[in-house]
Design a protein around this ligand. Structure first.
Ligand code: NAD
Length: 488
């Protein structure tokens, strides 16, 4: 890390519109808070309708500019170059991501930033192999389809994996030839802001990528989702926000892709390799402070190994060091902000009211007086009707429940309006396939968690999402098809 990058402690975030950084017209800003210290990291320009209008106008004009006429090879080279520059600036970006989110630096350096770069490399390479359908209809006609960009796309992002999830949208959006307006999460605007200059340096023409900072309701988020000249919205965030955006987007019938909340089951059968289970379950419970939509927050353990699992799992969870994101000993950092901290700790209080036992955690670690730090928390003694078992907490909090029968655990796992992901642990091949096929989730892992191949469909069913992203599924969303039928 260079000396300059090492000193990055603060940063102001402006909008990036038509290739330029600009402040809000009315000069309005809000403070960006470091969740580990509660200090101000910098001022963020607060965008609204006027800034969104400007950005959407720039994106609309850019659709028919050099971005449209660029050769496939040149577009691939530009998108690959964005990934390259992210890697060149990896240390600085990782540092900013940790300052903004409170996550440990080792995690931003090893996951968030490299995977953000890989999103561009992957979709640039994938683009070369995307083809079109063609049918020969007897001797009567030939049909073929043309793939074209959807147009101006709004990309609305959450705070938990700020650059990773934003680039997961932006890379295929650009690969498909669209232009966009990005709305970063108000709590974590720093790496998104830097992405503007990275795109410019990589050769993305002005106006193709625009970034407007601000809040959701009555702010940049709602202005973007209501805007009549935005053709599609890709949104990642809470299910309830998704419902509001859907209503706003319905006025101009925008195409929607949704990655929403989850309350994912982690099902452990007695025949599984318990050491392997525990090693991965520690991650699927507490990595990124449990602020990952895919975290397995409902753990079901088959009764013969329930006590043994609890004993080993709590012992290992106690060893996880919670603390300063920049101390390499810290395995768990700070929660993202005051409001979220209140929400998560509120669920811990609720668990006690609902009759649960807090086996470990549930409180601020000793010696950490400032910052939104919370010990990894394991709760038992709750049943499927409890709110703590049913509602998404999105923090380092898991419930553990025993089960006796396969049918019973499938029913419990599916007893939720969410359907994002699930993990199943068993060495019984038939059972693995049988159960995987019956869990109502968009992603089921067997004997693993968070293992991703970007060609595979990613997304949730029920109220965890609409549509799938990844590989061809991303191109399906970010393109429109025209079928051409030629009579022979
Ligand atoms: P959130 O819904 O509060 O905010 C997400 C984004 O939407 C932010 O940029 C916010 O400003 C914006 N927004 C809020 N209200 C809006 C409105 N009325 N109109 C337009 N935009 C609005 O979500 P969050 O708290 O930032 O993120 C946590 C949530 O995201 C959790 O529910 C988590 O499960 C979910 N998530 C899902 C996935 C997935 O892939 N399924 C991935 C990460 C996070």
């Amino acid at each position: 890390m260079s000396a300059v990058q090492d000193q990055v402690r603060s940063m102001d975030c402006k909008h990036f519109i038509n290739g330029q950084y600009i402040s809000s017209f009315n000069g309005r800003t809000f403070d960006n808070i470091n969740p580990a210290t509660e200090e101000v990291l910098g001022k963020v320009s607060e965008g609204g309708k006027e800034e969104i209008d400007l950005a959407v106008g720039a994106a609309r004009r850019a659709l028919n500019g050099p971005w449209k006429t660029m050769t496939l090879n040149d577009r691939i080279a530009v998108i690959r170059r964005i990934g390259d520059i992210i890697l060149e600036r990896k240390d600085e970006l990782a540092r900013l991501e940790s300052l903004d989110t409170g996550k440990p630096l080792w995690l931003s350096s090893s996951v968030d930033i490299p995977r953000s770069a890989f999103n561009f490399h992957f979709f640039a390479d994938y683009l070369r192999s995307v083809g079109n359908e063609a049918y020969h209809t007897d001797d009567v006609a030939i049909n073929y389809s043309i793939r074209r960009p959807v147009g101006v796309v709004g990309l609305i992002n959450p705070w938990n994996l700020p650059l990773l999830l934003l680039t997961w949208k932006l890379a295929p959006c650009l690969a498909a030839g669209n232009t966009c307006v990005i709305k970063p999460a108000e709590l974590t605007p720093m790496t998104a802001t830097i992405l503007g200059e990275i795109c410019r340096e990589a050769g993305v023409p002005d106006g193709v990528v625009n970034i407007v900072n601000g809040f959701g309701p009555d702010s940049a988020g709602s202005a973007l989702s209501e805007h009549p000249d935005v053709d599609a919205i890709s949104f990642t965030g809470e299910t309830e926000t998704g419902k509001i955006i859907m209503k706003a987007a319905s006025r101009s019938l925008k195409k929607l892709s949704y990655e929403l909340g989850g309350k994912n089951p982690n099902i452990i059968f007695a025949d599984a390799d318990l050491d392997e289970v525990i090693e991965t379950t520690l991650k699927s419970s507490f990595i990124n402070q449990g602020e990952v939509c895919l975290c397995g927050s409902r753990i079901y353990v088959e009764r013969p190994v329930y006590e043994q699992f609890l004993h080993k799992f709590t012992a290992k969870a106690k060893e996880l060091v919670v603390g300063d994101p920049f101390d390499h000993h810290s395995k768990v950092g700070a929660l993202v902000g005051a409001e979220h901290y209140e929400r998560v700790t509120g669920y811990i209080r609720l668990a006690q009211e609902e009759g649960g036992q807090i086996l470990i955690g549930g409180k601020r670690p000793e010696g950490l007086e400032r910052g939104y730090f919370l010990e990894p928390t394991i709760i038992t003694g709750l049943n499927r009707n409890c709110r703590v078992v049913r509602e998404e907490i999105f923090g380092p909090v898991v419930t553990v429940m025993p089960f006796d029968e396969e049918e019973e655990v499938i029913a419990q796992a599916n007893d939720t309006h969410y359907g994002l992901s699930a993990s199943i642990w068993t060495n019984d091949l038939r059972r693995a396939h049988r159960v995987a096929g019956r869990i109502e989730a968009g992603i089921v892992w067997v004997n693993t968690w968070f293992l991703r191949d970007l060609r595979t469909p990613f997304g949730g069913m029920k109220q965890s999402g609409i549509g799938r992203e990844g590989g061809i599924h991303s191109f399906e969303f970010y393109t429109e098809l025209t079928n051409v039928c030629i009579k022979l």
